[in-house]
Design a protein around this ligand. Structure first.
Ligand SMILES: Cc1ncc(COP(=O)(O)O)c(C=O)c1O
Length: 382
């Protein structure tokens, strides 16, 4: 079925998925899923293991067993933030930024309201936080920093390597939220000084919704917040401490894990550099066409990621989204993008029209989208 859509909401969830991802998921349903250490027929794939290896390869990470599967980035962030807090006895100080998604801000706000942490929110400038900004926010009680690698509103990408070095020097545990960059931005996690890196399956890893995870270097710093069946050491009432079972409880999301495996291989085969370059070229096509139009305001005219936030004067962003869908069959995301502090800073809490591309979009689609945006902008000013 070709629904005749031009889909530009990839920062929320990529669509369409590559056929090899869908085929792999479909194929995986043909036989019962393999369960390690259980009665099972021969020749089945151990998809969790395959997916850990594919992700380790993509992220340049030497320890596949330290890749943990969760439901999504929000679930990973909750497990890491609450797990770090559970492992740390005294009240401590946490650094975050005004660019963060609610997946970071809400757990931290809860912990602050319970008096378990104190919180500093670093102010970004034009979508960036600096190493100095992080350094200035440090106090002796700072034990944790939770910062995004890429902004889902402004499309900026942070220097998590430089930031991580400063945090490492001060003994601060660093959780990087890679929801917007995993699969899109090349990263060598063996070399990057982050303690935990969060990813989600349904965005640029081209997996299904409902699968995500994190890579963790030293699991001893995080207390697991869930316990239960793992299929490992079942006679023991205490939850296993070995990785990855330490953080994985209950039945895996096998179809999601298969999609993650196939999506990671799809990206690795193309090369993450090439994927990013293609996305940037597509993004430039739209930016070029929209720059210079007096009725279009670009919130960041030079994003690093394929994310364009804009507004049209005299039209609400929801109205723009409605017209784009009804008249042009273009899907964008309108409103607040779950990162309220940066919207507050940009324009007093107003939403934006967000156009976000993936490497599956085409130059023709980008020309069509630019034409539509310009036409809507100009018609509002006859
Ligand atoms: C920067 C960032 N962090 C976290 C999330 C949450 O991701 P998920 O939907 O996988 O929980 C998103 C999703 O939009 C995001 O953009």
């Amino acid at each position: 079925m070709n629904p005749g859509l031009t889909y530009c909401n990839n920062a929320a969830s990529t669509w369409p998925k590559p056929s090899e991802v869908l085929d792999a998921v479909q194929e995986s349903f043909q036989l019962p899923y393999f369960e390690a250490g259980r009665s099972t027929i021969e020749g089945l794939e151990d998809y969790p293991e395959l997916a850990r290896e594919a992700l380790a390869d993509l992220f340049h990470f030497d320890v596949p067993d330290h890749i943990v599967f969760t439901q999504n980035a929000t679930d990973s962030l909750n497990m890491l933030i609450h797990g770090f807090c559970a492992a740390t006895r005294d009240r401590f100080h946490v650094i975050t930024s005004d660019l963060e998604h609610n997946s970071v801000l809400r757990p931290l706000t809860l912990l602050a309201s319970e008096g378990k942490i104190t919180l500093s929110i670093i102010h970004s400038d034009k979508g960036y936080i600096t190493v100095k900004g992080v350094e200035d926010a440090l106090v002796p009680e700072t034990h944790l920093a939770v910062l995004s690698h890429g902004s889902n509103v402004l499309g900026t990408r942070q220097d998590i390597g430089g930031i991580g070095e400063v945090l490492y020097d001060h003994g601060v545990y660093f959780i990087a939220d890679g929801a917007q960059t995993a699969g899109l931005v090349p990263i060598d996690l063996n070399q990057t000084p982050v303690d935990a890196f969060v990813f989600t399956g349904h965005k640029y890893l081209f997996g299904l919704p409902g699968i995500g995870g994190f890579l963790i270097k030293d699991p001893s710093r995080i207390t697991p917040v869930r316990q239960g069946g793992t299929g490992v050491d079942s006679g023991n009432l205490a939850h296993p401490v070995d990785m990855p079972a330490k953080f994985e409880s209950g039945t895996h999301n096998y179809p999601g894990i298969v999609s993650l495996w196939a999506g990671s291989r799809y990206i690795s085969r193309q090369g993450v550099h090439n994927v990013l370059q293609k996305c940037q070229e597509l993004t430039s096509l739209i930016l070029h066409e929209c720059t210079g139009n007096d009725h279009i305001t670009l919130d960041n005219p030079e994003p690093d990621l394929p994310v364009i936030s804009l507004s049209l004067d005299s039209l609400d962003c929801e109205d723009v989204g409605y017209i784009l869908l009804k008249k042009y069959r273009i899907i964008v995301r309108t409103g607040l993008h779950c990162a309220p502090l940066i919207h507050q800073k940009m324009n007093g809490g107003e939403g934006t029209v967000r156009i976000s591309l993936s490497s599956i979009n085409t130059p023709e689609e980008c020309k069509y989208v630019s034409h539509a945006i310009r036409e809507v902008a100009d018609h509002a000013h006859p």
